[in-house]
Design a protein around this ligand. Structure first.
Ligand code: SAM
Length: 645
């Protein structure tokens, strides 16, 4: 595996042409995407019939398909159509389809639209795909939800081996649909077949139109039993296969094991900030019984209660895990939030010093990202699709949809006979199978003996009336960002933020206090810029304080919790460099999960983290690649500290 299979980078351009009948042809590979006139029948015969579909997916609560080469998405759309027939016949909205496909040379939206225009019978599905298709063709995972069809598409832009080595999923059926081995031998590599076997289980099936000897031998070599069956049209034969052994490559870093508990039906989340609220919404959408508990009477009234919350990526010059995570999170968040509440007004990151100007220049040159994502603008950078969320509008709408909300301040938790018991003081107020802690710094109080490397920072925003402010600031349509930020006017009011201060430990669990110095501190963030003068005006301001939970590496903590006592015992000598195979998979704490450490970027990161956690809890294919999973893993700090000792 290469060092970094998914850098922050646009994919290589696709050279595409169309013949007179509208069939798509790739100049990169010198091959057609489908046979003119019979493309759809061929997909049906080879991939659906070849994998015994729809029979094989009937009665499965989750069915997962893996495909090599997304191309025009024809295979996906044809599958979606057949799946829709299945779920509408059975009136069953509990079955989920997860389709994972990879693509080295993705089409852009226009190309996709043109290629699919020759399939009017798929029109209703194609339109939805084109609508959701990634606007930015960046390497890595892109997740598209088709809620109406209980279907999720994970589209991985990059090489197929990287894609399937880095995805956390168990595939039920494979559609091997790359260009012909004679035109694209690189794709049909031994590493690909190894990755395919690793992501398969005993009854996994494979179908492909090619019967080339190399493909037959490669499938057999990794444990598949192959059968030649009747091919489609001119092609005499095709190949189907079934996995006969279940010999998985172990994860080389067992300490980062992510465990799943797909059997549970009842879930409770403590903490109704944007983290807990997003998890509750996603679990309920999957038909689970969910209770969201908070000491406030409704969600997003504490730290997540600032009226205008920024949603934006966070780049650095090094393509760091942090930058990659926040870019992925941003792209997911802007799809997740409703257009009613998300205002993509653009964030204007101002550069006043030579250092800032040089940094921005270097960044733009080095990454060469699409203009709609980031561009040079006046004295700085513009993130055109970044913006702010009306937090209360969003939270109230989700709150109305939630089945169970409970107002209680949970002060302790106990696990007894497979059930989590939640107490307010000594009174038992709730019991549940699966518990998620999303209550910021207060998780420390609920699990006092657990080592949490989190620290809260005190953050305060100031608001002022635009009519009191200098025009340059009051009439700016974008969020203005330097060390601090100023939102554009909303109902005549603007928000300026935010302080980020040390908080003595004896105040960690109290309601954060507002201070009389907030305006001074927030304006100081603009010192040595032309804004300093403009902000000195005599304006009437109010403020709001919150706690931002931070981690040493600025990334959130998200996932199932391991038993730290046992981990310390089992891994006490990890620093001596013993072979990874000598270490056991860490013991977990039953059905206990956490999401915290969102810092001041919670509204950008919460939607994808909630999706990640729900995927993990329900044993579904993951929205984050394995590297990203490790970078937010709850066990990473303990592991590092043992390694260094
Ligand atoms: N399934 C597609 C459809 O329904 O339209 C057709 C796929 S087309 C025959 C093969 C696709 O594989 C092309 O889109 C090509 O860019 C992609 N591809 C080729 N080599 C690849 C690789 N190593 N990794 C990922 N995708 C690859």
């Amino acid at each position: 595996m290469k060092n970094n299979p998914f850098p922050i980078k646009q994919c290589d351009a696709l050279e595409l042409s169309f013949d007179e009948q509208g069939s798509a042809y790739s100049n990169n590979y010198g091959d057609i995407y489908f046979q003119p006139g019979i493309g759809l029948d061929e997909k049906n015969h080879v991939f659906l019939k070849g994998n015994h579909l729809p029979e094989n997916w009937s009665n499965k609560s989750l069915f997962t398909i893996g495909e090599t080469g997304f191309g025009t998405g024809l295979n996906f759309l044809n599958t979606l159509k057949s799946w829709n027939q299945t779920i509408s016949q059975t009136d069953n909205n509990k079955q989920l389809l997860h389709y994972i496909s990879c693509e080295q040379h993705p089409m852009n939206k226009q190309q996709l639209q043109q290629a699919l225009s020759t399939f009017p019978e798929l029109d209703i599905y194609s339109k939805q795909l084109i609508n959701r298709y990634p606007q930015f063709l960046l390497y890595g995972l892109h997740r598209l939800h088709f809620k109406q069809y209980n279907t999720t598409l994970t589209l991985i832009f990059g090489d197929c081996v990287d894609a399937f080595n880095n995805i956390d999923a168990s595939i039920d059926a494979w559609f091997l649909d790359g260009f012909a081995p004679s035109k694209n031998s690189d794709m049909w590599s031994d590493q690909l077949f190894k990755a395919i076997a690793d992501k398969s289980h005993l009854s996994t099936t494979v179908a492909t139109y090619t019967v080339a000897r190399k493909i037959r031998e490669s499938l057999q070599a990794v444990g598949f039993e192959i059968t030649k069956t009747k091919g489609f049209g001119q092609k005499r034969e095709m190949l189907t296969a079934k996995l006969m052994t279940d010999d998985k490559t172990m994860d080389k870093q067992p300490w980062f094991y992510t465990f799943k508990s797909s059997k549970q039906e009842t879930f409770t989340i403590i903490g109704a900030g944007i983290a807990g609220l997003s998890i509750a919404q996603k679990l309920q959408a999957q038909g689970k019984k969910v209770t969201l508990i908070d000491r406030q009477k409704q969600p997003c009234l504490e730290t997540s209660g600032n009226p205008q919350a920024m949603v934006m990526p966070s780049f650095d010059i090094n393509d760091s895990p942090e930058a990659r995570f926040y870019l992925t999170a941003f792209l997911y968040a802007i799809q997740y939030y409703s257009t009613e509440f998300y205002h993509p007004v653009g964030v204007h990151e101002l550069a006043f010093t030579d250092k800032q100007i040089q940094w921005q220049k270097r960044f733009l040159q080095q990454f060469n990202l699409p203009n709609d994502l980031i561009q040079h603008y006046k004295n700085g950078l513009l993130y055109p699709q970044a913006g702010w969320l009306d937090t209360q509008g969003h939270a109230n709408t989700i709150f109305q949809q939630l089945d169970n909300y409970q107002q209680d301040e949970i002060t302790s938790i106990k696990y007894i006979d497979g059930i989590w018991h939640l107490y307010e003081d000594s009174l038992l107020v709730h019991s549940t199978e699966t518990l998620v802690l999303a209550n910021g710094i207060n998780i420390k109080r609920l699990m006092p003996d657990y080592e949490w490397p989190i620290v809260p920072k005190h953050g305060e925003i100031s608001y002022f009336n635009s009519s009191d402010m200098h025009n340059t600031i009051a009439n700016n349509p974008h969020i203005q960002l330097c060390k601090g930020y100023i939102t554009p006017s909303w109902n005549g009011v603007q928000t300026m933020g935010a302080t980020f201060e040390h908080l003595p430990e004896n105040h960690w669990f109290e309601s954060p206090q507002t201070s009389v110095q907030h305006w001074q501190k927030n304006t100081e963030l603009w010192n040595n810029t032309p804004y300093a003068e403009l902000l000195k005006q005599d304006v009437s301001v109010q403020s709001r304080a919150g706690l931002r939970v931070t981690t040493p590496d600025h990334l959130p903590i998200c996932g199932g919790l391991i038993n730290q006592q046992l981990f310390k015992k089992d891994y006490h000598d990890i620093r001596h460099g013993k072979h990874w195979k000598q270490y056991p998979t860490p013991q977990t704490i039953d059905n206990l999960y956490v999401l915290t450490g969102l810092g001041s970027r919670g509204f950008t990161s919460a939607p994808i983290l909630a999706e990640f956690l729900v995927n993990q809890m329900l044993g579904q294919p993951q929205v984050l690649n394995k590297r990203m999973q490790k970078s937010i893993h709850p066990n990473r700090f303990l592991f590092k500290s043992l390694k260094k000792k």
